[in-house]
Design a protein. Structure first.
Length: 118
């Protein structure tokens, strides 16, 4: 820490941006949720297992339709507390049903995801 800087002051507050978590290469791989192949482009998004608003930094590549389903079903708090792993997400009943439904769709498939009524 530079001389004269209070220890409680974070680098971000001083205008120094800390490096983000490394981006994952999605050029060859599968969706972490449904297991279908990923095709680089707009149909692929990175999902924070623990939402950024809850301090999360680890991401996994997902199809856009899979990512939207997760956020349509679960709040950020629910994701942080009970669904912070891919296995936990797959075990959620509505997401498990979605995975079965999307299994035979092409990798670039997209559809509108209706928001969950809370």
């Amino acid at each position: 820490m530079p001389h004269g800087t209070p220890a409680s002051e974070s680098p971000r507050r001083r205008g120094v941006i800390t490096p983000a978590a490394p981006r994952q290469d999605v050029s060859s791989g599968v969706c972490a949720l449904c297991g279908r192949p990923l095709v680089p482009g707009p149909s692929v998004e990175l999902h924070h297992l623990v939402p950024r608003s809850e301090g999360g930094r680890v991401t996994v590549p997902l199809h856009r339709v899979c990512h939207r389903k997760i956020h349509a079903e679960l709040t950020e708090r629910e994701l942080a507390v009970a669904y912070a792993t891919v296995a936990a997400l797959r075990a959620h009943p509505a997401i498990a049903a979605f995975i079965r439904w999307v299994a035979n769709k092409p990798p670039e498939f997209t559809t509108r995801t209706a928001p969950r009524r809370r």
